[in-house]
Design a binder for this molecule. Structure first.
Ligand code: DGL
Length: 268
């Protein structure tokens, strides 16, 4: 018989709707689970905020999601992971799965020895990112390209606007010019514009996103904790922003309309 906790949803959070690219992979791998997705839209972008803010906010969100009855937590935001995953893990009663830029798989894949990483300013400046490069890619040339404004533009327009074209021209050109043959999508918003990024790179360049790896890791963690299964494939989407506005953006990105409810993490 399932323990009652098995029936609780898996909580997933991001600063906005980038984490939906991860959620897509999670639902594909674990179609029988229920998910509660939280977009902290009111505070998007995390990528330009101080570490102290992201850490405090991440810890509060994680604690509130646990109190709300989640059985596991997925941090579907690279920026929140590099800043706050350790403290969230230390404080959380739940299994916590987090994703970080795929520097390690990129180092195994590159043939040219040049790896591009597209991510937020905060992610690329973090100690954890520096460590990731030092541990796994020190023998390669790693071009860390910050993309300020890109996550917000994706939320504002969905893929395919002139503003995004213009931002990507500036962000991707240096990677192509340097001969990168693997480009890491180090922010969960960027898979929404993967095709636009690919068009700016020579044929054969690999774009790496970590959604599927996170899904496999979540499955392992749930199995190890005896928490696998027990849901019904239900999805609830919530945001700290204005539900109607967020709903319109979800529709553009997700490809179908999903109701969005308002939710705010509470104080303990
Ligand atoms: N989606 C987030 C990430 O993976 C960041 C976007 C933002 O700057 O809030 O890093």
């Amino acid at each position: 018989m399932d323990a009652p906790l098995n029936h609780q949803p898996i909580a997933v959070f991001d600063s906005g709707l980038g984490g939906l690219t991860v959620l897509r992979a999670l639902r594909q791998r674990l179609p029988g689970e229920d998910f509660f997705y939280f977009a902290d839209t009111r505070f998007l972008p995390y990528g330009d905020r101080p570490e102290s803010f992201i850490r405090e906010r991440g810890e509060r969100i994680a604690a509130s999601l646990a109190r709300r009855g989640a059985k596991a937590l997925v941090i579907a935001c690279n920026t929140a992971t590099v800043v706050a995953a350790e403290s969230i893990r230390a404080a959380s009663p739940l299994p916590v799965v987090a994703l970080e830029p795929g520097v390690k798989p990129a180092a195994a894949l590159t043939r040219s020895g040049v790896i591009g990483v597209l991510a937020t300013t905060r992610t690329l400046r973090s100690q954890r990112f520096q460590r990731l490069v030092g541990d796994h890619a020190s023998q390669h040339r790693v071009l860390a390209q910050a993309c300020p404004g890109l996550a917000e533009a994706i939320e504002r327009h969905g893929p395919g606007s002139a503003e995004i074209e213009c931002l990507l021209d500036a962000f991707v050109a240096p990677l192509a010019a340097a001969g990168a043959d693997v480009v890491v999508l180090g922010c969960t918003h960027y898979p929404w514009v993967a095709e636009m990024i690919a068009r700016r790179l020579p044929a054969g360049v690999t774009l790496l996103d970590t959604g599927e790896a996170v899904a496999r890791q979540l499955e392992r963690r749930l199995a190890a904790a005896g928490l696998l299964g027990g849901g019904q494939g239900r999805l609830t989407v919530a945001s700290s922003g204005m539900p109607a506005q967020v709903e319109a953006t979800v529709g553009r990105l997700w490809g179908s309309l999903l109701p969005v409810e308002h939710w705010e993490p509470d104080h303990a």
